[in-house]
Design a protein around this ligand. Structure first.
Ligand code: ADP
Length: 621
């Protein structure tokens, strides 16, 4: 080629350019991502060429592989230069003119279908990302020199309206230079601060140096694509800092690569802090999706289940189409597969951490256990896997120490068939209450559920390792304390008569009243005959009903016939039935408080004052 050749764009390309040029699309920054991603591809190909070519074949062989961006504020120009494989005259024409026509047609069809003429975010997906430069350019000049030794440099120029020219451009180095003469109103793209910001946002991990006015801006490399053993702690620290904006050190990290069925690089960090705990509201997801080191979706909402939103990191999959749009990610089958692989690897990682480094896992649990509980309660796909991550205090742990369900099961007594739990405001409350008595006697361990969500989590699981998970509040636990250690119990018909009297006296406040087989030291206990919802769960569900019982399902009252209070009450009711009735009311109040069910404070106060009055008068003082 000797002179300047002028060529017209195909109709479809013209239409695309028309849309791009006249678009009011506001996310114009993406043009730089597209151009840098093209440069990165060209450099990637060059790296490969260097590996497979003979020494003499490659032009400018020892030129470093990099991208330089120059901002000319005065001249309102932005120049992007790479030392990649470059393009011959024919390639310039094909890649930036002719071939683009099929991609253009597909892109136009897609715009027409979606009815979103303004949404240009998809442009890269159709192999016409280069044209996005015309969102900000009045004119684009591409100078390119192929890596092939006997080619020459050429220049492609266009204002993006109807045609382009190609002409010789001798004496240039290998690679491609794109000179953008900015449109009026787009001068900010000649400002190095703007450019640096965009590079940091979209292309920080392009695995080649990106220099803006000579200064390398992507100091952090795409470390996730390297072998885990090659990465130093310092590199991890820098990368984590870049990702997180959270400061501090991650508690643990997971870095893995898969080849089949999908090619994935994943590098995930568990941060040191749970920011939601500081009342900062619901966190946004912290893992970004890359495709071949190019950012596809920052802080992706589609990549991982919601309950993993606390993770920071990067997932890179070569199998995704580069520049797949964010909308398309949502129901992309590949993304679904990636999500499953990563979620299951992450759970496995934590499970192993729990076994090998329980202290480290405890830190994860203390900050983020609440997310795993959320996962069990809301995500049936993972509830069983997540069960391995749960931890609770129990009657077998020291205060503040935790057990897993697996460890609980390993300690189960031979005649113990189920896993038991009981809720309460604190360990002390639980241990002072009546629910543990029979389990203590039998030597059965009981999990303590002290967080409001815990009972939902365990009820949701229903079982673990083939064992049912059962609340100690249930009426039908089927475990008996046995003989009351020498204490003389009441005769059966006496108990029946007392129970009938109690039911009559307490009326609707209780379901059935009967002798208990589970009490040892306490006079009475409320148990749940339906067994479905625990008091803790009902408290959450009925928080809007503050009156007595607050819509709680009715509990049965069980009494301990060997207990002095019960025997005394039975004798006393024959002497002074009114006073005995007040006592019965107080007995029920006590059982309700121990069960975590709200009592009617006014009534309780009245009854206790009446009691005091009678006692004081009876004493004759
Ligand atoms: P895509 O990159 O999706 O194929 P583009 O419109 O961005 O679509 O680019 C079209 C083609 O132009 C690319 O496939 C590539 O062959 C060529 N190209 C673009 N930029 C460069 C560059 N900096 N160096 C070498 N080739 C390039």
């Amino acid at each position: 080629m000797s002179g300047k050749e002028k060529k017209e764009f195909r109709t479809e390309v013209k239409k695309v350019l028309d849309i791009v040029i006249n678009s009011l699309y506001t996310e114009r920054d993406i043009f730089l991502r597209e151009l840098v991603s093209n440069s990165a591809d060209a450099l990637e190909k060059m790296r490969h060429q260097e590996l497979v070519s003979e020494e003499g074949e490659v032009f400018d062989r020892h030129v470093p592989l990099e991208i330089s961006i120059d901002c000319d504020k005065k001249g309102k120009k932005l120049t992007i230069t790479d030392t990649g494989i470059g393009m011959t005259a024919a390639e310039l024409e094909n890649n930036l003119g002719t071939i683009a026509y099929s991609g253009s047609r597909a892109f136009l069809e897609n715009l027409a279908e979606s009815g979103k003429k303004e949404d240009l975010s998809l442009i890269g997906q159709f192999g016409v990302g280069f044209y996005s430069a015309f969102m900000v350019a009045a004119k684009v000049t591409v100078q390119s020199r192929s890596w092939r030794r006997d080619e020459e440099g050429h220049q492609w120029e266009s204002d993006g309206v109807a045609d382009y020219t190609i002409s010789p451009c001798p004496g240039i180095r290998r690679g491609t230079r794109i000179i953008i003469e900015l449109k009026e109103g787009e001068e900010k793209y000649a400002d190095p601060l703007t450019i640096k910001r965009i590079i940091k946002q979209y292309s920080a991990f392009v695995p080649f140096p990106i220099k803006v006015d000579g200064e390398t801006v992507n100091t952090v490399q795409a470390i996730w694509t390297r072998s885990p053993s090659e990465i130093s702690e310092e590199e991890h620290r820098d990368f984590y800092r870049y990702l997180g904006n959270v400061g501090g050190e991650p508690i643990t990290r997971l870095h893995f690569t898969t080849d089949a069925p999908l090619a994935i690089h994943a590098l995930l960090y568990v941060p040191g802090e749970n920011l939601e705990r500081f009342g900062l509201g619901r966190m946004d997801p912290g893992v970004s999706l890359y495709c071949r080191k190019v950012l596809i979706d920052q802080h992706s909402k589609h990549l991982l289940p919601e309950w993993l939103r606390f993770l920071k990191g990067v997932v890179d999959s070569e199998d995704l189409p580069l520049n797949i749009s964010r909308q398309a990610l949502q129901d992309n089958l590949l993304v679904g597969k990636i999500r499953r692989i990563i979620t299951s690897r992450f759970i496995k990682h934590l499970k192993e951490l729990g076994e090998k480094e329980p202290g480290t896992y405890k830190k994860v649990w203390e900050s983020f256990g609440v997310f795993f509980k959320e996962g069990v309660a809301s995500d049936p796909a993972w509830e069983n896997d997540l069960a391995a991550l749960l931890r609770f205090e129990s009657s077998a742990t020291e205060p503040g120490e935790l057990t897993s369900l697996a460890d609980y099961v390993s300690r189960m007594k031979e005649d113990q068939k189920e896993i038991f739990f009981i809720g309460g405001a604190s360990r002390e409350d639980i241990e002072k209450g009546p629910y543990l008595e029979v389990f203590r006697k039998k030597g059965f361990e009981v999990l303590y559920t002290t967080e409001p969500i815990d009972d939902f989590v365990l009820s949701r699981l229903g079982e673990y390792d083939g064992r049912k998970i059962t609340s100690c509040e249930r009426a039908d636990i089927g475990i008996e304390a046995g003989d009351g250690e020498g204490k003389e119990a009441m005769a059966e018909d006496e108990v029946k008569s007392l129970a009938a009297w109690l039911k009559e006296t307490l009326g609707d406040r209780v379901g059935e009243v009967r002798a208990s087989k589970r009490l040892v030291d306490s006079p009475a206990i409320l148990v749940n005959p339906t067994g479905f919802m625990t008091a803790g769960m009902e408290r959450i569900m009925r928080a809007s009903q503050p009156e007595e019982g607050g819509g709680f399902s009715r509990r049965d009252l069980e009494i301990n016939p060997a207990h002095d209070i019960i025997r005394g009450l039975d004798r006393f009711r024959r002497k002074d039935e009114d006073l005995a009735g007040i006592m019965a009311g107080q007995l029920l109040d006590a059982a309700m408080i121990q069960a975590g069910i709200p009592v009617q404070g006014r009534d309780m106060v009245e009854r206790s004052l009446e009691l005091i009055e009678k006692v004081v008068r009876g004493l004759g003082v």
